[in-house]
Structure formats: C-alpha cells, structure tokens
Write a protein that binds this ligand. Structure first.
Ligand code: KG4
Ligand code: ZN
Length: 353
C-alpha cells in the first residue's frame, strides 16, 4: 500500500509519499514548508497568519512531494499539476491527512484539500490523529516488530504533553498530561524571555551544552505528585522573576537554559519511568518536537540505567520528531482506517477517544 500523506495542523505544511516495504515504513519523499520564520518575528504563532500560509503552500507542497517521489523535475505549474494528478491516479492507494488536534484554520486547509482530491480522483482518505502520529514516527525506518507491546508513549510537543499506556495499536489508555503549558510551549515562552530564536528548543539544547553544569536550579513542577500529570506554567513564572532580577550575560543565559531544560526533563523522565514500571512496560516511545532533543533521550536512558530498569527507549529520527507529513503516513500505514471523504471533518479539539 502506497500512501500520500498531508500535515497542516499548525505552521508547517507537509506532504509525503510512504510505503511499507519489508515490514518497515519507508519514506519515498517528504516535503515541508514552514511559516515559522514569520512567527519568529512575532515570537509565537498567530493562527490567522498560519492559516493564510497554509493556503499558499498546500498545493505546491503536495505537487513537490509527488514529483520528488518519481524523480521528475518541475516544468511549469500547469504541467506539474497534471503530472501530479496522474501520479495520484496511477500510483497512490489512499490519502492520509491530519484531522486534529490543531489550529482550526490550518487543519481545514489540509482536510478540505484532501477531500477534494479524494472526490476528484476517487481515492479513499485516512484521517489521522496528529498526536498519535508523533509516536508512530518511531516506526519510520524501523521494522514494525522492533517495537513491542505493551509500551508507554510520551508525547512532548509545542501544544501537548501526554503520557499513554498502549496494550495494542487500538487499546490504549491516557495516564496523564499537562494541566497548563505544554513542555515545548514553556521552552518557547522562556526562550522569548531570553531572546532566543523561535522555536527555542534547539537553541536551548545547544546553550545548555555550553553551560554543562550550573549552580542555578529551578523547580521541577509536580515532581512529587502521585499521578502522571505535569505543569509548567509555574516554572515559567519562576524564570521570569529570575530574569527580572538579574543582568543577562551570554554565560548566564546558557546557565538558565541548562537549569530550565533540566527542570523540565527531570519531571518528564521521572514520571515516564515510573509509569513504565507500574504498567510493566519495557518499551518507551518518545514523540513530538521536544523528542528531537538528543539530551532528553540520553538522559532518560541514563536514568533508567541508574534505576536498573531494562528498557528499550525509542525516539524518532530528528527530522520526523517535529511536525512532518511522513509521520502521518506512518500512522496510516500501521493503524489507519480508510474512509469516504464525507465521513469525517476537521476536529481541532480531537484528543484520545
Ligand atoms: O511537535 P512540534 O513540531 O509541533 C507541535 O505539534 O507542537 O513541536 C514543536 C516544539 C517547539 O516547542 C520546539 O521548541 C520544540 O518542539 N523543540 C525542542 C527541540 N526541537 C524542537 N525542544 C527541546 N529540544 C529540542 N532540540
Ligand atoms: Zn506536532
């Protein structure tokens, strides 16, 4: 089965062609247009602007992914459009699309575009939950059988922080999540206080490495609570007070990054490892933009060794950790359900049904 997949839930417009070959999700092409530079200027995403950029990018991105998949050079927009339609007709079995959660204006553009293609070219659609797809990014370039059930999944992105327990692809339970800001959101907002480029995660990781060790410490919110919930808005307030009362040098900024990253990762790691022990899981999947952090993966592995927990901890390849269309295709290939275009609509509030 070969799938064209589309992602448009926030400020990234993505299209990919994916196929399961030898029990492995293989990405045959993957295109991404981002309006993040525009949002960098405002220090965060303005939904209306993100949606407008989605409209501009969606068709060119889909065409680009299809031409790249066939190694065909672009000729002119009219010819490319015809070629792309023919590729879908002849070689694509289904079209997968993110239908939630996300920004309504952005989601609608991907979903309605896919519905139109489906209607015009008579192809089934596979609606995909963006959050689950973040975890399924782990199946890209890996044999399906490498990842064993049961596993615990930690989704850490700009919009979400959720911990889930999976008995199978279809039988899973939400264990807890953030009560306020998501981990990535806290990182980006603190990054703004420190004048870091948006999104701040990669720069924060780099600066934390410069600091290596820091005397500075911030609280890990809810680290002692007997549940799997998180909270990061208090940390944001604590850092804001610190920034107000101190003169920021580059060296101090590095130290703040180290202390913030440690405070966030400590609580994520503690609760993820505790849940894997409680639910007898020896496999953990990380997903979402924050899982692009090699520091998070390495620290979790190190902590599990200290605790003598024998675990297999996976995180997606960096390019598939942040928003992309290949992960939407990965979910569709492994656990997708084909629908008629009339049977679903965008759902910005979609969670874990
Ligand atoms: O999953 P994603 O691309 O978008 C959402 O669905 O929200 O996640 C974006 C988030 C941003 O908050 C960004 O700062 C964070 O992922 N991020 C990182 C790193 N790379 C991206 N956070 C920590 N360390 C990183 N290396
Ligand atoms: Zn995401």
């Amino acid at each position: 089965m070969r799938i064209l997949s589309i992602e448009s839930s926030c400020d990234e417009t993505g299209a990919a062609v994916v196929e399961k070959i030898d029990d492995t999700v293989v990405v045959l092409s993957n295109t991404l247009a981002s309006s993040s530079d525009m949002h960098a200027a405002t220090g965060g995403i303005i939904p209306e602007n993100a949606a407008r950029e989605q409209v501009k990018s969606i068709i060119p991105v889909i065409i680009d992914a299809l031409l790249k998949y066939k190694n065909i050079k672009t000729v002119s927009s009219n010819k490319d459009f015809t070629t792309a339609s023919k590729i879908i007709k002849d070689e694509i079995d289904s079209i997968a699309v993110t239908y939630g959660p996300g920004l309504i204006g952005s989601l609608i553009i991907g979903v309605e575009t896919v519905k139109t293609i489906s209607f015009a070219l008579q192809k089934p659609v596979i609606p995909v939950n963006h959050l689950l797809a973040h975890l399924y990014a782990n199946y890209i370039n890996r044999k399906t059988t490498d990842i064993n059930f049961p596993f615990v999944g930690l989704i850490v992105s700009g919009g979400h922080t959720d911990l889930l327990y999976f008995k199978s692809h279809t039988d899973f339970k939400w264990l807890g999540g953030t009560r306020d800001d998501a981990a990535g959101e806290a990182i980006d907002k603190i990054g703004r206080m420190l004048d870091l480029p948006y999104p701040a995660g990669p720069e924060m990781e780099k600066r934390a490495k410069n600091a290596k060790e820091s005397h500075l410490k911030f609280q890990s919110p809810m680290i002692g609570s007997k549940d799997y919930d998180f909270s990061f808005s208090g940390l944001k307030a604590e850092v804001m007070r610190f920034v107000k009362n101190n003169t920021l040098t580059e060296e101090l900024k590095d130290q703040i990054c180290y202390a913030v990253q440690s405070a966030i990762f400590k609580v994520l790691i503690k609760k993820t490892l505790e849940s894997s022990a409680e639910y007898n899981c020896d496999t953990i999947l990380l997903g979402g933009g924050v899982s692009a952090s090699a520091t998070l993966l390495e620290s979790m592995k190190q902590e599990s060794r200290i605790k003598n927990q024998e675990l297999r901890i996976f995180s997606p390849e960096k390019q598939y950790a942040t928003d992309n269309a290949a992960m939407i295709g990965a979910y569709a290939l492994i656990n997708g359900e084909e629908k008629n275009w009339k049977e679903f609509k965008s759902n910005p509030e979609l969670y874990f049904a």
